[in-house]
Design a protein around this ligand. Structure first.
Ligand code: CMP
Length: 140
């Protein structure tokens, strides 16, 4: 059955001018973009979005990086969208990411790793609600 996931193109990939190439990979995999916007997160917003990582040693670097420039946020919809998006992204650490994955092809390191994707139906729902109102999502 069809599901939704939140996808973020992070500041490093936006700066590299590869938004279109990344979105094309989602579309080629059969995922539909049903909501999208560009935003530049403030400190508080980034801390709130990544609150689950607050106690991790990389938290401050993560928030600093995610507020360093604009990001592109989109809701992807389709069969197994959460798992499919994670396959297309590749491993969190680009050095472990499979050839042909987004992180292998576009990311530099585990902090500047090009994209984010929800990891479960529960986080997908929370993360989508963080960025989008219900009427900003155009299901199709
Ligand atoms: P993301 O999917 O956006 O979720 C949290 C981010 O923290 C992750 O991608 C990485 O970019 C970053 N990060 C930095 N160090 C680590 C680490 N050791 N484990 C997991 N994520 C890390």
């Amino acid at each position: 059955t069809s599901e939704r996931t939140l996808s973020i193109i992070k500041p490093d990939a936006v700066a590299k001018n590869v938004i279109g190439e990344i979105l094309a990979r989602f579309e080629r995999a059969g995922l539909r973009i049903v909501a999208a916007k560009m935003v530049h997160l403030g400190q508080q917003e980034a801390e709130s979005f990544y609150a689950v990582h607050r106690e991790r040693p990389f938290f401050n670097d993560l928030v600093g990086f995610m507020t360093s420039g604009p990001i592109m946020v989109q809701v992807l919809e389709g069969e197994q969208a959460i798992r499919k998006n994670r396959e297309i992204m590749g491993e969190t650490n680009p050095q472990e990411a499979s050839a042909g994955s987004i992180r292998h092809d576009f990311a530099e390191n585990i902090d500047a790793n090009a994209v984010h994707g929800s990891d479960s139906p529960e986080t997908a729902k929370q993360e989508i609600e963080f960025f989008f109102k219900a009427d900003e999502i155009c299901s199709r």
